[in-house]
Design a protein around this ligand. Structure first.
Ligand SMILES: [Zn+2]
Length: 202
């Protein structure tokens, strides 16, 4: 990945240069799919696709745990579940590199500190912007929060549809997959688990 090609105007517009090998790979894919990569409408497609993939995979450039480094100790005696739900996200399956589109619910029972609520969504996006399987995404989000926030428990439920299933293969639009990961009190105590799932709407 050494040769950086691309007209200077791209660099001027602040877009990252795309190595020639990467563009060539996408041209090969276009040809394999049955089209002609040299026709006008497809000329800039390799560069666009390459940049889009950098964006889909921005998660590789961050450690999602950084979003949990700033905590608030003053919780005003609050000792109940904190829940962020219906968080939309997009990821890509590692088997087909096809979109996974869905929403997540993330909850935790604080010990003595909390994080800014948007941080939970940032942790999710940090792991989602990689090649994933939904099961691992669910587990990674829960594990990261449990490890770095050290709450009494974490519950993560993800519901998503997989383009590799809805747009190809068995072609079943409307089907969604649900995965969950319970840790700490939500794993050990059935009442707490039921409570958090009911708050999430399950
Ligand atoms: Zn897939």
């Amino acid at each position: 990945m050494s040769s950086l090609v691309g007209p200077d105007e791209d660099v001027e517009r602040g877009k990252p240069p795309v190595p020639e090998e990467v563009q060539a790979a996408i041209r090969t894919l276009i040809e394999w799919a049955g089209d002609d990569p040299t026709r006008e409408g497809l000329l800039d497609t390799p560069k666009r696709v390459a940049r889009a993939w950098k964006e889909y995979c921005l998660g590789y450039e961050e450690d999602p745990a950084v979003h949990l480094s700033r905590v608030f100790e003053e919780v005003g005696g609050y000792d109940e579940i904190v829940l962020l739900k219906d968080i939309p996200f997009q990821s890509h399956c590692e088997h087909h590199m096809a979109p996974i589109i869905g929403k997540a619910a993330i909850a935790y029972l604080p010990n003595d500190h909390v994080v800014g609520i948007s941080k939970l969504a940032r942790v999710l996006h940090g792991f989602a912007r990689r090649l994933q399987i939904q099961e691992r995404l669910t587990a990674e989000v829960a594990q990261c929060i449990q490890e770095h926030l050290k709450p009494q428990g974490v519950a993560v439920v993800i519901e998503a549809s997989h383009a590799c299933m809805t747009a190809r293969g068995v072609r079943t639009p409307g089907v969604s997959m649900v995965t969950s990961r319970m840790m700490g009190i939500f794993r050990e105590d059935e009442r707490s688990r039921k409570e958090v799932l009911s708050l999430m709407g399950y």
